[in-house]
Design a protein around this ligand. Sequence first.
Ligand code: AMP
Length: 179
Amino acid sequence: MTIEQLKKDVRNVPDFPKPGIQFKDITTIVANPDELRFMRDELAAMYRGKGITKVVGIESRGFILAAAAAIELGAGFVPIRKHNKLPAETIEVSYEKEYGVDIIQIHKDALSPDDVVLIHDDILATGGSMLAAVELVRKLGVNRIYVNCLIELDGLNGREFLAKHGVDVDCLMSIEVDE
Ligand code: AMP
């Protein structure tokens, strides 16, 4: 298995969820057992030895590899979810989207300042949701934070946007946004 093979197998769905968007569909690669294992192993290898105690996944496609990598790293899994989905006491961050404002939440007791956290999502586009996730984790007092995405969309400057806010991101692969 290679990253090049994975890149070929990500399905591009034009005009979803609205005209003009080239949607990168990862269901094709997580459905393939060899590719699923490969992604889990590659992700875990990037962070082994860093003392990660919790892997935070961003709803919903971020959950898949975050949970798989957490098991591999001997860490726990923590979800960040959209507004009003988590049942216990939460803290939240709101951020601007293309249309309107989104709110994401995490359980108040999910992390503590001595945790070493890896935040994972499937796609890095503009970086807005990832920055909000970092802010949420920081609000719980955590300052050792690693940030990872499976796919970086080239051409949307998400990496530069995050860097401006002092956040480094590592991605398993990059794909042209219009590919
Ligand atoms: P952003 O906040 O702009 O970086 O957007 C990242 C979030 O939106 C991720 O959770 C992605 O799953 C989703 N997303 C944004 N653009 C795409 C795309 N072209 N294909 C698939 N998912 C996308």
